[in-house]
Write a protein that binds this ligand. Structure first.
Ligand SMILES: CC(C)(COP(=O)(O)OP(=O)(O)OC[C@H]1O[C@@H](n2cnc3c(N)ncnc32)[C@H](O)[C@@H]1OP(=O)(O)O)[C@@H](O)C(=O)NCCC(=O)NCCS
Length: 167
């Protein structure tokens, strides 16, 4: 008989300010090979994590597996974009490489989108590094579109939010 070990389930919940420092390592691991799009010193990473969190703590979610945080997302729903107007700006999403491809990122982004919709936003937007091919493809698979706007090496992507069952 073959033992089947069930994979532990993923819990997505709000992040806490005292957890921010432990996210540095997840951020570093997630951006290995993509350092051109990331902060790389402890000082800058911790500043960045603090900026993400303090900008809108309610929009900061972590994914936990068996009591361990393995990824996080930050969205600011109180955001104004000169082209879009009010938008849910997805600033960051990271999943530790050991946990990639298991739907953790999808659960995080769904929580962020649900939050933005709950705040009355009609779209979610983000900037992604132009050579971050995996993320660009992943966002497209989740309904984001590249709208033709690029700022230096950053590509703008937008997902309109429909009223009810859109994800
Ligand atoms: C983008 C990112 C958050 C996605 O997280 P994730 O947990 O791997 O996402 P999911 O598991 O929901 O989806 C990954 C997709 O890649 C596929 N995949 C399969 N094997 C994979 C692997 N070894 N690694 C990554 N993805 C894999 C999955 O099947 C899935 O495709 P699907 O949606 O068609 O099923 C994650 O890759 C990451 O942290 N990247 C580095 C940071 C980054 O680029 N962030 C975006 C900045 S704008």
């Amino acid at each position: 008989m073959v033992d089947v070990i069930p994979s532990p389930s993923v819990i997505v919940r709000r992040g806490r300010v005292e957890e921010l420092n432990q996210l540095e390592e997840i951020y570093r691991q997630a951006y290995r090979g993509l350092e051109e799009y990331a902060d790389t010193t402890t000082f800058r990473i911790r500043n960045y994590l603090n900026w993400l969190y303090s900008g809108e703590p309610e929009g900061f979610f972590v994914a936990e597996v068996a009591g361990r945080v393995v990824g996080f997302v930050s969205i600011h729903a109180e955001w104004w974009d000169k082209c879009l107007g009010e938008t849910g700006e997805l600033h960051e999403i990271c999943v530790h490489p050991h946990w990639r491809g298991k739907g953790v990122g999808r659960q995080l982004i769904e929580a962020a989108i649900a939050y933005a919709r709950g705040r009355g936003r009609r779209c979610v937007s983000l900037w992604v590094g132009e050579r971050n091919w995996h993320a660009r493809r992943w966002y497209r698979s989740l309904g984001f579109e590249e709208c033709g706007v690029q700022l230096g090496e950053w590509v703008r992507m937008i997902k309109p939010l429909e009223e009810a069952h859109d994800q």
